[in-house]
Design a protein around this ligand. Sequence first.
Ligand code: HEM
Length: 589
Amino acid sequence: MAVNTEIAQVNLHHAAAASGVITSRFTAEKLGMLLIHRGEVKGLKMETNKVYWDLSSEIPRTCIVVRNNIDFFCISEFLTQDLVAVQARDFEGKDFVLASAYFPGEAATAPPEVVERLMEHCRRHRFPLIKGCDANAHHSEWGSIDCNVREILNSMKEKEAEYGGLFLSWIGPFPIAVVSEPQIAKDILTSPNCVNKSFVYKGVEDATGPGLFTINEPEWSYHRKLLNPAFGHKILLNFIPIFNKEVDHLMEVFKTITDVDGVDLVPILQKFTLKIATQTTMGQNLKHHGSAVDESLLQSFPYVQETITEMGTLSWLSMKAMIWILGDYEQYKRSKTAIRKFIGNLITARTKTLPDQLKLDGNIFINRAIELLQQGRFSRKNVEDESIVIVFGAFETTATTLKHILILLAMHPQCQERAFEEVSSLWPESGSFEMNYSDIQKLSYVSMVIDETMRVMATVPVVGRQLLSDTKLSNGVVLPKGIQVLIDIFNMQRREDIWGTEAHLFNPENFLPSNIDSKHSYAYIPFTKGIRNCIGSKYALLSLKIAVSKLVRNFRFTTDFQYNNLHFVENITIKLKQTPLIRIHKRQM
Ligand code: HEM
């Protein structure tokens, strides 16, 4: 008999009462088929219907209920505890398959292998497939905040191996082109059609307000042009004394924890980079053992940052709703308010400063932003939002990168010794030596260590764009207007065809001129490149070179954690499933 009927899907959470309600509604609302997840299957049987599930399983997690007058058969090949598939005929007489699938969280793959086989079966026989799935298996591809068991970076790597450096995937219902081919990454990053950010960053905007990191055209070009001068070479040179001084303070902290078993560097390094960021961009020094305000700010920034990253892939749903449900919304709100108040007070104080005095204070970011306010080119809200974005942009990324560098050096003692030798040949005396710009240019091995760290552990593993109009790539493919594009920096920087069979290993020699010069210029893009690259890349590299040099000159880092056990978790900045604990030893000379 031809089918022209209504189909519904429901998860009953093994509640007998819910099974009772659904059976009575099935009759009352004259439904034809029900795809049920976690139902009490035996309670679903009525005179008007049949129930299909895997009789061999003790606790079936899915079943299909079908009215008696519908003609179909159950495909036994695909009958499991978590899958039921039936074949029926539509009102035009064409066969189709209807499946009910439960994706368990503990399965090794998502979708489960049997579901993949069913899809292949339908493809082969050209049967349309209607699938009702309950994804207890978290996966950001269908809108979860994370991927349990599997990770998105791994799954992208597998797909890249199968389909190449450009393939189509999904984030929930939205198509997304995933790129790991340097030339295609270049096509995207240098195209004016691809300047807008993907919607996945909406959550960041909830925390920071609309600033450089998330805004789109035409505002973005306008803001970027106005703010670029605050990151010019001369201004960066003014920051070198601040970088030197703050690394010296960091070394004082390290001295108090030498030879302690297993130090978690994260809070220490976050505090360090946050203090640099507030001074260099906002002209405000947060104290080391500061006031209550300083201490609460030092907690507020990391708290909001963590919430953003936790919620990263959820952001396109509804940031506020999700934090409210899953996180501590009150603390998130309090932290956001504290940051805005701190930045707001600074701006108020500086707007009272005469323009000539602002110039004397140096052209740091906040002065540039206030100048734009006084010229009427920025609103007060613009100044606040951009200030918050810059501080966030600066502190978490740099702290994460410095943490990775120290971890990798601790795991690779020979590389650490080479870095130490290079630094001590330039600065024979240990202690708080002052590094200037021309000395910093002499560091070659330390630079290679920093680059190699950001290659194997891309601090920002993926960046996302949304296309403003149809865009033709150099391989001839045309990506349509509106599509999301994800540049998979993490996997691109570990491609064996580019970096060799040991691409996954840490080896600073990859950045010897003889090795790197022959690579595509977009094969290594930790700050991206092109039109909308990181505005703070030179700032970051300068501060990292000073920090790494002084630290390896004065300390030795060790860990028991093995490189092969590092497990990466994608987020706005990359996370480690387990952060290796480090031991810090004072060098004697
Ligand atoms: C190791 C440290 C850092 C890394 C790995 C890093 C990486 C990145 C990446 C990958 C982007 C996105 C680029 C894109 O969408 O194509 C970005 C954007 C940005 N970064 Fe950084 N960054 C770092 C440090 C900094 C610092 C120190 C600052 C500020 C002082 C900063 C401020 C920003 C801002 C404002 C943006 C948005 C730029 C725009 O859209 O116009 N970053 N960064």
